[in-house]
Design a protein around this ligand. Structure first.
Ligand code: GTP
Ligand code: MG
Length: 173
């Protein structure tokens, strides 16, 4: 069993390609109201959770709500791929602005499995090449994550490790 130590007040950034199991992990370990998902925010601002042209507005809104939650002392989980340094930098910034610790949880599954899962979803229509690019971005992310300001970077490799993970909350005071 992997135990993930997470400060009781944290901004948790899930990191992983499409089909890595981020939303499933978030549902299993956190209350629905603690999870801000980019899909939900795209739907909120554009009526379509897959409308990539709505991403800028969706993330603006997501960051705004994250800030409100952190200011109120509420643990917040961001369910988005978070594969790009600029996406993660925005989360580190929001956390810092509210004196909250940013933590990353990386879900790393074999690309073939992620593709099998994504291909099976009617609501995911992008091609294999898009997933391949996400996988490259993930590989690159490892070196970057360490120096982006995350207090902790937890890496879960493979389905077994992801399924066996437990979260342990660290008291801050
Ligand atoms: P995107 O939202 O496209 O970025 O994907 P995601 O990372 O949120 O993946 P999601 O949690 O939606 O998982 C995709 C599919 O994989 C789900 O429909 C599940 O059936 C399956 N799945 C996810 N996590 C697990 C897991 O831990 N174990 C098993 N057996 N299946 C999983
Ligand atoms: Mg998801």
């Amino acid at each position: 069993m992997s135990v993930l130590d997470i400060p009781e007040l944290a901004l948790v950034a899930l990191v992983g390609v499409s089909g890595s199991g981020k939303s499933t992990f978030a549902r299993r370990h956190f209350a629905p109201s603690q999870v801000l998902s980019s899909d939900a925010f795209r739907a909120m601002v554009a009526d379509d959770e897959n409308d990539q042209s709505a991403s800028a507005d969706a993330f603006d809104a997501l960051h705004y709500v994250a800030g409100k939650r952190l200011r109120a002392g509420r643990l917040t989980v961001v369910d988005a791929t978070n594969l790009q340094p600029h996406a993660r930098a925005a989360l580190v910034r929001v956390a810092r602005e509210h004196d909250v610790l940013p933590v990353a949880v990386v879900l790393d599954v074999p690309e073939a499995l992620a593709w099998e899962r994504t291909d099976a979803r009617a609501d995911r229509t992008f091609g294999r090449q898009v997933l391949a690019r996400m996988s490259r971005d993930l590989r690159r992310s490892y070196a970057q994550l360490a120096r982006e300001g995350f207090r902790k970077v937890h890496v879960l490799r493979g389905v077994d490790e992801i399924e066996a993970a437990e979260i342990r909350y660290e008291r801050l005071f």
